[in-house]
Design a protein around this ligand. Structure first.
Ligand SMILES: [Zn+2]
Length: 276
């Protein structure tokens, strides 16, 4: 039975469905492999994952946020534009999925600019939010995000609710909408023997974890948010999409669930906790 949906004002929990559309860039930029086999795993996210996810979101009329590296937008313009055309938010996710903590400041600046340029050319979108590749940040990242006008970040893990980003002991004007490894598909499922990632968990185990964390967030209420982080090349397998659907149906049975895009959660936080 469906619960009573929540709005920003009338909710127990904000739920954000986020998808990092890494495609080939994760293999090239993070795992540093360019073999045809590895790249084909990335292509699976565009060929099968994205269409399958878009169909699921449409069936339940749910909003989502896709963080898209510039390289992905350039290789897969149709899928990237399909995401935007379906009304989903597009966020910045690096250019070639380069981990920022390994970059000097000029290279990190170039990565931000190339990512912005690709999204501007291909989907005509200026992203309001940033999620760093693999949730790594350099000591320069937040200053650079402020320079380029980003309004929120989705790379930190310090709370179960939004908060103001602090940089070098000073509060910035950037809202953090935090994530969690437990609520990310990659730690559970990703199989990369060369990187000692054994993954391949049973979906039923992840279903238990994701439902359990949602139940806790809903019971607690207030300004808590529940942010799922998924990857089309990982969650896009049939049995995992089926698991995600079971989780969504579980969430939809509850009252007071506000399904929101990440920028809406950041806007809501900014309204309720304006800078002093
Ligand atoms: Zn990623």
């Amino acid at each position: 039975m469906a619960g009573k949906p929540g709005s920003a004002e009338d909710r127990r929990v904000a739920v954000a469905l986020t998808f990092d559309f890494d495609a080939e860039s994760a293999w090239l930029g993070s795992f540093r492999v360019d073999t045809p086999s590895a790249l084909s795993r990335g292509a699976y996210g565009a060929n099968e994952g994205v269409p399958r996810i878009l169909r699921l979101l449409e069936r339940y009329q749910l909003p989502a946020t896709f963080f898209v590296p510039g390289d992905t937008a350039e290789r897969h313009p149709k899928e990237t534009c399909d995401i935007a055309a379906a009304g989903h938010e597009i966020g910045h996710h690096g250019y070639l999925h380069e981990p920022p903590h390994l970059l000097e400041e000029p290279a990190e600046r170039t990565m931000l600019e190339k990512g912005l340029d690709a999204l501007d050319r291909i989907v005509k979108r200026r992203p309001r939010g940033y999620r760093s590749p693999a949730w790594e940040l350099s000591k320069n990242t937040f200053r650079l995000l402020a320079d380029y006008g980003f309004e929120y970040d989705a790379s930190q893990l310090a709370m179960d609710r939004p908060y103001w980003v602090e940089d070098s002991g000073r509060r910035t004007g950037i809202v953090e909408v935090p994530s969690a490894w437990e609520l990310c598909d990659s730690g559970h499922f990703l199989f990369v023997p060369a990187a000692n990632l054994t993954g391949m968990s049973a979906a039923s185990k992840v279903e238990e974890i994701w439902k359990g964390d949602f139940d806790g967030a809903h019971a607690e209420g207030g300004d808590v948010c529940y942010v799922l982080t998924m990857h089309p090349q990982i969650i896009g397998r049939h049995h995992r999409v089926a698991m995600l659907e079971r989780v969504l149906r579980h969430i939809l049975e509850h009252d007071g669930v506000w399904f929101a895009q990440m920028s809406e959660i950041a806007d809501d936080f900014r309204r309720r906790q304006p800078p002093p």
